[in-house]
Design a protein around this ligand. Structure first.
Ligand code: NAD
Length: 258
């Protein structure tokens, strides 16, 4: 039983933060989940904890640097061998991109696009073969509110997350045109309390609760998000409940973009 019972999923960046919460939600609702990350130790710990919570063979950790084509091929093969298919792909791994338009280096820019955009391009391209054999399928790409609304402080992050937004729509249209029951949508979180925010807090030199209060005041629902706030949206888009939703963007942002 469960809202994604029997489905086979791959979540990138699943060792912590949003990806770990998404992996847990999918497991809880009956999917088998490959937790793909560059942090093998953390990903293995999360997978072990999920198997303990929900019963053996639900979760499996796998090394995947999402910028590397050959590693994507190996991860998809692992899904084929271990699960016999792949029906849900969550391209969640992503990083902040340092610098404003004057201070960012070309290396910062390239690294941001490699992890935030190449990852989604490669994930969709490399997973489609197996997903075609495992229909119906759903691809969920984690963009950001920053992909829809600009800020003077993060041009690289803004541009990379906007690319994820539009790439998702193009993939959705392509799959529909090919007659495949594979949907593709993007999710756009606002500030969520994960380790990525700790990096941001550290760069201000202020205490975490001071920064969290400041962020919360900008959000109409008056709090920073919890990882499960995003995982619930991913669960909906991954499940057949969203069977008529493709090429859409789901903003999960406490009203900040309203
Ligand atoms: P996080 O830093 O807590 O976790 C990111 C995970 O991705 C880590 O486990 C890390 O090891 C992994 N990762 C990093 N580079 C990788 C690579 N090259 N290959 C594979 N895995 C890699 O971040 P998070 O807050 O959980 O963010 C997850 C996604 O949500 C990101 O795409 C981020 O841009 C997006 N997002 C986060 C927020 C937020 O406020 N937390 C808001 C909007 C969007």
């Amino acid at each position: 039983a469960g809202r994604v019972a029997g489905k086979k999923a791959l979540v990138t960046g699943a060792a912590q933060g949003l990806g770990a919460a998404q992996a847990r939600m999918l497991c809880r609702e009956g999917a088998q989940v490959l937790l793909a990350d560059i942090n093998d130790e953390l990903a293995t710990n999360v997978a072990n904890a999920l198997n303990e919570e929900f019963g053996a063979a639900h979760a499996l950790a796998c090394h995947l640097d999402v910028t590397q084509p050959a590693q994507w091929e190996a991860a998809v093969e692992l899904a084929r061998d271990a699960f016999g298919g792949l029906s849900i792909l969550v391209n969640n791994a992503g990083i902040g991109v340092r610098g404003n338009i004057e201070t960012a280096t070309l290396d910062d820019w390239h690294r941001g696009f490699a992890v935030n955009v190449d990852s989604v391009f490669l994930g969709c391209q490399k997973a489609l073969g197996l997903m075609k054999d495992s229909q119906p399928g759903s691809i969920v790409n984690i963009s950001s509110i920053a992909g829809l609304i600009a800020s003077d402080t993060m041009p690289g992050y803004n541009a990379s997350k906007a690319a994820v937004w539009m790439l998702s729509k193009s993939v959705a249209l392509y799959c529909a045109k090919m007659g495949w029951d594979i949907r593709c949508n993007s999710v756009h979180p606002t500030f969520i309390d994960t380790p990525i925010l700790d990096g941001m807090v550290a760069s201000t030199g202020k205490a975490k609760d001071v920064i969290m209060d400041k962020l919360a005041r900008q959000i109409p629902l008056k709090r920073v998000g919890h990882p499960d706030d995003i995982a619930y949206g991913v669960l909906y888009l991954a499940s057949d409940e969203s069977r008529f939703v493709t090429g859409a963007e789901l903003k999960i942002d406490g009203g900040i973009s309203a």
